[in-house]
Write a protein that binds this ligand. Structure first.
Ligand SMILES: [Zn+2]
Length: 343
């Protein structure tokens, strides 16, 4: 559903029709030994699950909870189970953007939880079923039966999903509710605002500002200590990205907990570092162009000072996007070569 009447609206007040799912485990007894995902604290009654796709952030309120992003497709059931273990009443799932490592697990929630995203997320999700299927194939080969019962269960879930691949419906992955600019979350114990701050990592990025926790979830606008994926084919705009990050900084103070789409839980300094990364990228590529380097040569280069950064395979996406921007060339559609399956 696309909201066209107004950009700012309040949804999901206490007692409204949002589906609440009951989990069986005690919320305050997460039993981390049973977890497949790596759960880290992200401030007051909030956790960040790292790995198996992009970061997922869980907010626990008073009898309600919100989950932000759903990892790769095979891990949806696992994410659901481990989220409910911590926060037994899930009222809303939010996708920070359409990339498959943030929406793949939507199928585990879409039957009974409202999934919220930006207007432009839906069509992009519909166009990437092949990415979800690739994720299923990868998981089936990577997860080993011999790695204990927790891994075995996730492997069985991945295989089960892959077995019904022919019957998968696109509607299992698409958000149910979308909006274009700003939307409030008003749930018991969770007061937050979702913002679309402009084109940045994609054309459908959302930032979730959880006022009552001083927590800011920025999705893939932040790759913390990793090379960012610049997905020009999905509307990525490096100048716009930096503008979005500056607007994010305006929402932060020295104590704000910041969760990006990849990497550990951070603070506002990580946002400043991401802005600086793009400044340095611009200088680096500009110098290479003046030295007569070709597009291909620039894509194969690496900026000095970032040797410890993760996701090296994504570095070319930024170099090429910056080349195209500075050289005034139309974006070449070689992003598929630069990005891993599922993004
Ligand atoms: Zn992304």
């Amino acid at each position: 559903m696309s909201m066209t009447r107004r950009d700012a609206m309040t949804v999901l007040a206490a007692g409204c029709s949002a589906a609440l799912i009951a989990g069986s485990a005690r919320a305050d007894d997460p039993s981390p030994g049973d977890d497949f995902l790596i759960w880290k604290p992200a401030g007051d009654r909030a956790w960040c699950a790292i790995g198996s796709g992009g970061n997922s952030t869980l907010l626990k309120g008073d009898g309600a909870a919100v989950l932000i992003d759903c990892k790769n497709a095979p891990y949806g059931p696992c994410l659901r189970r481990e989220s409910l273990r911590r926060a037994p009443s899930l009222a809303m799932v939010i996708n920070t953007h359409h990339h498959g490592d943030h929406t793949g697990g939507n199928h585990a929630f879409s039957s009974d939880v409202e999934i919220v995203a930006h207007d432009k997320c839906t069509d992009r999700v519909l166009g990437q079923m092949h990415r979800y299927i690739s994720q299923m194939k990868e998981a089936a080969s990577q997860l080993s039966e011999g790695d204990g019962p927790v891994v075995r269960r996730v492997r069985e879930e991945a295989l089960s999903l892959y077995k019904r691949v022919e019957k998968l419906k696109e509607t299992e992955f698409v958000p149910r509710t979308t909006f274009s600019a700003t939307r409030e979350i008003d749930l018991p114990g969770i007061k937050a605002t979702m913002h679309h701050l402009g084109d940045g990592h994609t054309d459908n990025d959302l930032v979730i500002h959880v006022h009552d926790r001083n927590l800011l979830v920025v999705g893939d606008l932040l790759f913390h200590k990793m090379h960012p994926f610049v997905d020009a084919a999905s509307g990525a705009d490096i100048a716009g990205w930096q503008s979005c990050l500056r607007k994010c900084l305006d929402l932060c103070d020295a104590r704000t907990v910041v969760v990006g789409g990849h990497g550990d839980v951070a603070d506002a300094s990580a946002i400043k570092t991401q802005i600086a990364y793009f400044d340095k990228l611009r200088e680096f590529v500009d110098k290479a162009l003046r030295e007569g380097k070709t597009r291909g040569e620039i894509g194969a280069m690496r900026m000095p000072g970032y040797g410890t950064y993760g996701l090296d395979r994504l570095a070319s996406s930024g170099l090429l996007a910056m080349h195209d921007h500075l050289a005034g060339e139309p974006a070449a559609d070689d992003r598929d070569a630069a990005k891993p399956a599922g993004r």
